[in-house]
Design a protein around this ligand. Structure first.
Ligand code: BGC
Length: 764
């Protein structure tokens, strides 16, 4: 193990990594917190009885009882977290009790029977901090891939699977549940999130959190909030007004919270309207705790704390990985602040109570974790593969070039190391593959690298299905040689890739490393060219008209190679649908140029989210822009038709019913999408996604589907009265294949006026 490798907060931009490493070393406060090793000196002895361990009591009651038994020092220890690896810039060593190369650790209180918290990243599986000797685990496909399934159950199963691996690895807190809205297609962390629509993103991430927490673990909704780009994330000031925020970014978080009740929430690095998120009273105290009634604890992101009094009083409950900050703000400084009355004792009590509540409520105390549990990797790979298979989106398919047909004599596979694996995204969420990285040494090899491929080879999986065809692999490095190989093939499959990572946005939406020229040359040589994209999110496709088919495979995870081949060969009928709009060009975006300068990452600047709640397809609709591929788009090897759209109202909620029929020749899964659009009033955009379902149908089969609409999706939020208001009048309901569907079935319904409180509940 080489602790010198851990340079994560420094290498913000690769080009300047070395310079920054020298320039941004922070000074550590002289009084480092001593490592709390279980029982504190002077702490009372173990109590004769521990009533908080009584499982029949409520989580609230148990947390209160445990809190009462804690000393002041134990409460203070409860709210200060340590990084789980040596931290090179500050020359701090990992807490001895933390699991190796883990995200974090918070000591327990053994005398009270309260376990330590062992934290691991993240949404794709059990990650390891940059290490030469990482734990190798199963990786889900990217968050966007899972969201592209639009399949709630798959999101749950994926969460349950990574939660099982976390528990078996000795972790009881998973830093997973990323739901930052995709406002910025270049964001280097889009692959950890769930797209541009608050309902879709919120619903899918909630399912993942439920799956994780089904293992008696705490999951973490993050990064709260408006952490929508990586460039300048430590300093940028995101400007977004309350009303727009409640109807977009915050709404996604609100749905997650309501549907999954996560134990913790992680506040983000950035500022929101001038105030750092982890000392932002509006975000933490007002919105999250008061308006939404969040009962768990707020942990900071690693390096996101800037104060003691301000942060504690604004609602931060636990300081994570304090080594990343200038000081251990929730160490001795918090003790002093409480003594001096700058932070009320009741606030410290509440901080500790919230952590306790989450531990009892999620089963962390009653079901202790232990490292070294067994993991069924074969079964888990299949869970990941099933997710990848449904998340793959068939974007284009001319002349039915796909599925690949038997009888081909020569198939050429080109590029993106598709001979050995599928690409993963970089940063703290990276899950190191079982069996190692088949393509070591690609830059960056340090944070947010290494660049890693999961050793699930598309080429191998294609060969296994190619029958008698000769399958030729070309690495794509030489355009002329790739075009030459392609020229006489029956079909050509070009893999193209875009690597991004935490702290590192894509510099543009164009494919890097001359891949556009490669694809264009290959397609020119052979029009039967299928492009498979392994990208974090949207990319530009100047060659799209020249190619026969385009398959969006995202970062496909541990079973990615097989998933891709199964879709190409029709063993799996593609049913993924885009969770984000693919623009024709960056000039169509609200910010054609990304704000901030990666080279000046510590200089404060503003990102003005002038588009407000008009995010993604809403922006394209409002501006009358035609994207390359619309939100919700996804083709199948069969066709589906809709009929009988009807509306009713039940318990103040709009309900829609309709029939979906498979009119084609093969079995398939469809995602009928319901959008709503007001007739008489003006919203932030012409229409909003109001619901969907995912249905599997045999050829000729029909199924009845019903969708209930959350009234907030028919309302405007009113900041003054803090209510959601549905105006009385007509609303058009569209039953569509995607957000750009011009032939969508529609009906108009009349709705009465309705008012909901800030939490979305009807008011009297
Ligand atoms: C990331 C978090 C992550 C934490 C711990 C931070 O850099 O923003 O998402 O959970 O590190 O590794």
């Amino acid at each position: 193990m080489n602790s010198e490798l851990n340079l994560r907060p420094l290498a913000i931009a690769l080009a300047v990594a070395a310079t920054l490493a020298a320039a941004t070393i922070v000074t550590v406060a002289t009084a480092l917190p001593a490592y709390a090793a279980g029982q504190e000196a002077g702490a009372p002895a173990e109590p004769a009885s521990k009533p908080w361990l009584d499982k029949s009591l409520s989580s609230d009651k148990r947390a209160k009882l445990a809190l009462d038994a804690m000393t002041q020092q134990e409460k203070l220890n409860w709210v200060l977290g340590y990084f789980g690896a040596d931290f090179v810039p500050n020359k701090t060593k990992k807490h001895p009790a933390a699991l190796p190369f883990s995200a974090g650790y918070i000591p327990g209180v053994p005398r009270l029977g309260l376990p330590a918290l062992f934290e691991t990243d993240a949404g794709l599986g059990v990650a390891t901090q940059l290490s030469k000797n990482p734990r190798e685990r199963t990786s889900l496909p990217s968050g966007l891939a899972t969201t592209a399934t639009w399949n709630r159950d798959l999101a749950y199963q994926g969460g349950a699977m990574i939660g099982r691996e976390a528990r078996a690895s000795g972790f009881n807190v998973m830093l997973a549940g990323g739901v930052n809205l995709l406002r910025e297609p270049r964001n280097g962390r889009n692959f950890e999130y769930a797209g541009e629509d608050p309902l879709l993103a919120g619903t899918m991430v909630a399912q993942q959190i439920k799956g994780i927490q089904s293992n008696n673990l705490i999951a973490t909704m993050k990064h709260f909030a408006v952490n929508d780009q990586e460039t300048g994330r430590f300093v940028l000031d995101a400007r977004l007004d309350d009303t727009s925020n409640r109807m977009s970014d915050l709404l996604a978080f609100q749905f997650v919270l309501e549907q999954s009740n996560p134990g913790s929430v992680m506040c983000s690095y950035n500022r929101l309207n001038g105030v750092y998120a982890c000392e932002n009273d509006y975000l933490l105290n007002q919105v999250l705790k008061k308006d939404w009634g969040f009962k768990g604890y707020v942990m900071s992101d690693w390096g996101a704390v800037h104060s003691t009094v301000e942060a504690a009083n604004s609602g931060l409950d636990q300081h994570s990985g304090w080594e990343f900050d200038k000081s251990a703000y929730f160490g001795g400084a918090l003790e002093e602040a409480v003594e001096n009355g700058h932070v009320p004792q009741a606030r410290l009590d509440n901080m500790a109570y919230r952590v306790l509540w989450a531990m009892f409520d999620k089963g962390v105390v009653d079901n202790p974790v232990k490292e070294g549990g067994s993991i069924d990797y074969d079964a888990h790979k299949l869970v990941s593969q099933a997710d990848a298979e449904e998340g793959i989106v068939l974007l284009k398919n001319s002349n039915s070039v796909l599925p690949l047909k038997a009888g081909a004599k020569k198939i050429v596979v080109i590029g993106a190391h598709s001979d050995v694996g599928v690409l993963a995204g970089g940063g703290s969420s990276l899950v190191y593959p079982i069996g190692g990285n088949p393509v070591p040494g690609i830059e960056p090899t340090i944070w947010p690298g290494p660049v890693v491929y999961h050793p699930s080879s598309p080429l191998k999986a294609i060969k296994a299905r190619a029958g008698g065809a000769k399958v030729v692999y070309n690495d794509g490095k030489d355009t002329a040689s790739a075009a030459k190989d392609a020229a006489d093939a029956d079909v050509v499959i070009v893999f193209a890739e875009q690597w991004v990572g935490e702290s590192l946005d894509a510099v543009s939406l164009s494919l890097p490393n001359n891949q556009d020229a490669l694809i264009a040359a290959v397609a020119k040589a052979n029009p039967k060219t299928v492009v498979v994209l392994e990208s974090s999110g949207p990319v530009l496709m100047p060659w799209v008209d020249q190619t026969a088919a385009v398959v969006q495979a995202w970062y496909a995870g541990s079973g990615g190679g097989d998933a891709i081949a199964r879709v190409l060969y029709g063993e799996v009928n593609p049913s993924g649908h885009l969770p984000t709009t693919f623009p024709v060009s960056e000039s169509q975006l609200p910010r054609p140029k990304l704000d901030g300068d990666p080279k000046k990452d510590r200089e404060r600047f503003t990102v003005n989210y002038h588009e407000g709640a008009t995010v993604g397809y809403k922006w394209f609709d409002a501006k009358g822009l035609k994207p390359l591929f619309p939100f919700g788009h996804g083709l199948s090897y069969t066709q589906f038709s809709y009929s009988g759209l009807a509306a009713s109202q039940k318990d103040g909620k709009l309900q829609l019913s309709f029939k979906v029929t498979n009119t084609g020749a093969v079995k398939g899964k469809d995602v009928p999408q319901v959008y709503v659009s007001p007739v008489g009033v003006k919203w932030e955009a012409p229409k909003r996604l109001a619901g969907w379902d995912k249905v599997e149908l045999a050829p000729g089969e029909s199924k009845d589907v019903s969708v209930t609409v959350d009234p907030r999706l028919l309302a405007m939020y009113d900041g003054k009265s803090k209510t959601w208001r549905v105006a009385s009048g007509g609303y058009k309901v569209l039953l569509a294949h995607d957000a750009g569907d011009t032939k969508a079935a529609s009906i108009t319904v009349q709705l009465p006026k309705q008012t909901l409180n800030v939490a979305g509940k009807p008011t009297k």
